[in-house]
Design a protein around this ligand. Structure first.
Ligand code: ZN
Length: 164
């Protein structure tokens, strides 16, 4: 019997982020770009706010939302991962997260986000786990346009998107 049960450790990380979400709230003021996301299959909803500095770094990030523990914990873990990073690195993180949802293997620099790697085995929950990242991606796209207003609403419910 292993000394440390990895599944229990991962569950504890997710529960902690669900109960004590990091960077929860809304940003206000000049230069804040927001995006809304929803996963109608599960009822998850998120709003992601970002503020980029003139070097394209995410100096402030925040999220607000409601939904299942996976969606909210993933958004909280994502906030910790992207805060202070460049927009390019954050976008690469979105791609790396999607890759993890396919492969079930976490990239080396993912830290506690590794706790979500097991979601790859549960296709229905992938939409929950991906919601924050898709919403962040939308906010970054909106920020790239220099357009400080709400971005188009995104959804991780494939029934309402033409992709795949
Ligand atoms: Zn969910």
């Amino acid at each position: 019997m292993p000394a440390l049960d990895v599944d229990d450790l991962y569950r504890a990380i997710l529960l902690d982020h669900y109960r004590n979400p990091r960077r929860r709230g809304r940003l206000t003021g000049e230069g804040v770009v927001s995006a809304d996301g929803a996963n109608p299959l599960c009822g998850d909803q998120l709003t992601v706010d970002v503020r980029l500095d003139d070097r394209d770094h995410l100096v402030e990030v925040a999220f607000e939302g409601a939904g299942c523990s996976i969606s909210q914990a993933s958004a909280s873990l994502m906030m910790e991962y992207v805060a202070g990073r460049s927009a390019g690195r954050a976008r690469a993180g979105v791609d790396a997260f999607q890759e993890m949802m396919t492969s079930g293997a976490a990239p080396e620099d993912f830290g506690d986000l590794e706790a979500l790697a097991g979601v790859a085995k549960f296709p229905v929950r992938i939409k929950c786990a991906s919601l924050g990242w898709k919403t962040l991606e939308q906010a970054l796209l909106a920020a790239g346009r220099g357009d400080a207003r709400s971005a188009d609403r995104v959804t991780t419910d494939e029934r309402s998107s033409g992709d795949d």
